[in-house]
Design a protein around this ligand. Structure first.
Ligand code: DAH
Length: 348
């Protein structure tokens, strides 16, 4: 073997070692590599032109070695380019991402149980023609109380410990979603068929059973000839669908200033099947909502003729439905953001 071929082979081997040890991390480094090896005055050009000094009988072998090295350099360049192009997507552009690595199971997020139940409720009522409506959490006295037949000094106001805004006490944090009923009646002509989910606030001590904020869904249906039978049937449909079973219901006469007659609806306790447990306070029944026929005065407050139109309304706490569905017995869990609680609701 001639000296020229020997030294050429050694040189190429050395280059190959160098390349093996390279860690190209940026486009600039890659460009330097390209100019150095593949550029018009680069290493490969020099090697190729060195072939002419090799004795004729070794030219073929020499050409083969150089060509193999050239292929190696080109492949290395293309692969590195691909790798860096993927890495450019990463924020700094310098961290190479190996897209061929296997995917690890990521920590998947979950829906909050209250969101799951709220969405289910919205879905069920949408199926029977109810529209989902939103309203403000900061309300004025009229929409939260006055228009709902709770004039100032009405004793029923005491039932709802209200947070008033300190700089302007005519505004308050809504104590119930009935305020959204008021806003809908104000802006829409019957027929009206809405449900209004949202957060409400009451000045109560935080414990397992009470909280200073919670969630309600209000329902309102106004049309000609709406009867109490419609209310019952709608709510019966709702409970059997939401709990996915045949649920026993009962109505107890009650009092709400905005409905007449009024009733509270109980369902047979799902946790003990009516036999009696701590959830149903050993009665076999749990109250899940308040309801009634919209008081004529409330209709008139919004210039809806109570001789022509009638309607029903209901209001329920989403936490209560959640409690029965998922056996969540402490209201504080909903807002503590404890990952051990939340991840139990991961969508599978
Ligand atoms: N607003 C009531 C509350 O927060 C719940 C309620 C009862 C809403 C009867 C209604 C209703 O629409 O008809 O306790």
């Amino acid at each position: 073997m001639s000296n020229t071929l020997n030294s050429l082979t050694a040189t190429i081997e050395q280059y190959q070692k160098n390349i093996d040890q390279m860690t190209i991390q940026t486009q600039e480094d890659l460009e330097k590599f390209r100019i150095n090896f593949l550029g018009s005055k680069g290493i490969l050009k020099d090697l190729m032109s060195a072939i002419k000094d090799v004795p004729v009988e070794e030219k073929k072998q020499c050409g083969h070695i150089c060509n193999e090295f050239k292929k190696f350099v080109e492949i290395y360049f293309e692969e590195t380019k691909k790798r860096l192009n993927i890495a450019v997507i990463s924020p700094k552009g310098h961290i190479p991402i190996d897209a061929t690595l296997p995917v690890y199971d990521q920590n998947r997020g979950s829906h909050h149980p209250l969101s799951i139940v709220r969405r289910d409720i919205e879905h069920l009522f949408s199926k029977i023609g109810f529209i989902v409506v939103d309203g403000p959490e900061i309300e004025d006295d009229w929409h939260n109380f006055g228009s709902m037949n709770l004039p100032e000094s009405h004793p029923a106001r005491d039932m709802q410990d209200t947070f008033y805004l300190s700089h302007n006490p005519t505004y308050l944090l809504r104590t119930h979603t009935s305020s959204v009923q008021a806003r809908v009646m104000e802006s829409t002509k019957p027929p009206i068929r809405v449900i209004c989910p949202g957060r409400v606030f009451r000045n109560e001590t935080i414990s397992a059973r009470s909280h200073c904020f919670f969630h309600q869904v209000e329902g309102l249906y106004i049309d000609t000839a709406v009867s109490f039978a419609d209310l019952k049937q709608t709510l019966y449909y709702f409970v059997t669908e939401i709990f996915q079973q045949n649920v026993q219901i009962r109505f107890r006469p009650s009092y709400f200033p905005f409905t007449e007659p009024s009733a509270e609806m109980d369902i047979q306790c799902l946790l003990c099947a009516g036999r009696g447990c701590t959830i149903c306070k050993h009665t076999g029944w749990v109250e899940i909502l308040g309801s009634g026929m919209v008081h004529p005065q409330v209709l008139e407050n919004f210039k809806i003729d109570s001789n022509v139109y009638s309607g029903f309304a209901f209001g329920m706490g989403i936490e209560r439905i959640c409690q029965l569905k998922y056996r969540i017995n402490d209201l504080r869990l909903y807002s503590q953001n404890d990952i051990r609680f939340l991840k139990q609701f991961t969508v599978k």
